[in-house]
Write a protein that binds this ligand. Structure first.
Ligand SMILES: [Zn+2]
Length: 256
C-alpha cells in the first residue's frame, strides 16, 4: 500500500501495512485496544507492517505518545482474530484497532506511561468526534472479545483514566473481600446460569450452561482484567458480582 493521508492530525507518522481488506457491514462502531506484547515497539511495528505476519492494526501508540497509523480507518485491519462480542464474530469489520506498545505479560508487563495513555485517549476522542458516536460500552479490550486466547491490554491498563476523560464505560470496582455469595470453578446451578446470562447480555461470548466450566472462568477473568483489576483470578467473588451488576445498571442507552 502506498503512503496515505492519516485520518487524524494527531498521527505523527504513516507506516502502511499491506495486511487489510474491505470492511463488511458498514462503518465501524467499536474501538478495540491491545498491547503489542513484544520486546520493543519497533519490533511490533515491523510485525504489524510485514505481509508475512498477516496481522495489522489501524494505529500503534508508542510509550512516549507517538502515534503511527498503519491502515486507513475505512479499511479492515487484522487485529482481533477469532473473536466475538454482542452477537457478532467479525470484530475486525466492526472495529478500529489500536495497538499500545507494552512488552505484555510475556516480556515483563510494564505500567502504561501517562503520556502514552493520554495519546490513546486523544486518539479515541478523535475517532469518536470524526466518525460520530461510538457507544462507550463498545470501547473494549482484546481480552473482552477473545477471552480464551488473549490477555491484552491487561489489568494494568488504566481504564479508569479513560473513563474520567469520557472514553469507555467503566464503574469503580466494589471492594475486595466482601461477605456474600461467591461462585467458583466447578460450581453449577441457577446462580451460575444467571452470572453467565448477565455476562452474555453485556456482550461476552458465553453460554448459560449453569456450569462454572473453564470457558466461564476465562470470561470472568477477562471481565476482571477490565473492570476489577485488583484481583484477576477467575472466581466470581462478591466484589466481582457487585461490580458486574453496577456495570450493567449504568450501561449507556443504545445509540439510535
Ligand atoms: Zn491484541
Amino acid at each position: 500500500m502506498p503512503l496515505f493521508q492519516p485520518d487524524s492530525f494527531i498521527v505523527a507518522d504513516v507506516v502502511p501495512s499491506p495486511t487489510h481488506d474491505e470492511r463488511k457491514g458498514g462503518a465501524p462502531d467499536m474501538i478495540l485496544l491491545h498491547y503489542t506484547g513484544m520486546q520493543t515497539g519497533q519490533a511490533a511495528l515491523d510485525r504489524l507492517t510485514t505481509a508475512a505476519s498477516r496481522v495489522s492494526s489501524h494505529y500503534v501508540v508508542f510509550e512516549d505518545g507517538h502515534i503511527v497509523q498503519c491502515v486507513p480507518e475505512s479499511l479492515r485491519a487484522w487485529h482481533a482474530g477469532v473473536s466475538f462480542w454482542a452477537g457478532e464474530a467479525d470484530i475486525n469489520s466492526r472495529s478500529i484497532g489500536i495497538e499500545i506498545v507494552n512488552p505484555g505479560h510475556e516480556f515483563g508487563y510494564a505500567d502504561f506511561p501517562l503520556r502514552q495513555t493520554a495519546a490513546v485517549i486523544s486518539l479515541c476522542k478523535s475517532i469518536i468526534t470524526r466518525r460520530g458516536p461510538i457507544s462507550p460500552d463498545r470501547i473494549l479490550a482484546h481480552s473482552d472479545v477473545a477471552p480464551a486466547r488473549k490477555q491484552d491490554p491487561g489489568e494494568k491498563f488504566p481504564w479508569e483514566l479513560l473513563n474520567e476523560s469520557g472514553v469507555g464505560h467503566w464503574v469503580r470496582a466494589a471492594p475486595l473481600d466482601l461477605d456474600g455469595l461467591a461462585l467458583h470453578p466447578g460450581d453449577h446451578g441457577d446462580a451460575v446460569a444467571r452470572l453467565q446470562r448477565t455476562l452474555r447480555n453485556y456482550g461476552y461470548g458465553i453460554e448459560d450452561t449453569g456450569r462454572y466450566d473453564d470457558a466461564t472462568k476465562l470470561v470472568v477473568t477477562a471481565f476482571q482484567r477490565h473492570f476489577r483489576p485488583a484481583r484477576v483470578d477467575g472466581i466470581a467473588d462478591p466484589s466481582t458480582l457487585l461490580t458486574l451488576r453496577a456495570l450493567v445498571e449504568t450501561r449507556p442507552a443504545p445509540l439510535a
